[in-house]
Design a protein around this ligand. Structure first.
Ligand code: HEC
Length: 105
């Protein structure tokens, strides 16, 4: 490849990569394997566990404070149900993921 084309291509990739690689909460959801269990019908996500609720409108059922405890297995639902897995990731990812879940209404 001619060097000038190579530089132009590398520059174009650098400029477009961050936006393309970081779509936020949805990426984190997929990255952490939440979709192994949960569907989100409005987001084109098909989960694999019929016991896991579709999260399409989770933002109208729950609030951020509840999710923050529940997904780290720090708190249970009123009926005592704990989440099946404990979120593993950074605090930034956790905040981003919960913000995104809360936007699903
Ligand atoms: C091994 C399967 C499994 C995985 C993986 C999983 N979940 Fe769940 N999740 C469940 C089940 C089952 C429930 C239902 C428990 C209940 O609320 O009674 C649930 C409940 C929830 C709820 C509450 C839904 C509601 O309607 O109140 C949220 C939010 C949630 N999960 C988010 C996540 C996120 C985010 C991830 C990824 C970090 C994830 N889950 C990974 C099985 C799973």
């Amino acid at each position: 490849m001619n060097q000038r084309i190579w530089i132009a291509t590398a520059l174009a990739l650098t400029l477009t990569a961050p936006a393309a690689a970081w779509a936020g909460g949805k990426d984190i959801f997929l990255d952490k394997g939440c979709n192994n269990c949960h569907s989100i019908s409005t987001q084109g996500i098909e989960g694999g566990n019929p016991d896991a609720p579709d999260l399409a409108a989770v933002g109208s059922r729950q609030d951020a404070e509840f999710l923050s405890g529940f997904l780290r297995k720090k708190s249970a639902k009123p009926d005592g149900t704990m989440h099946m897995i404990k979120f593993a990731g950074t605090k930034e990812e956790y905040v981003e993921l919960i913000d995104w879940l809360m936007s699903l209404k």
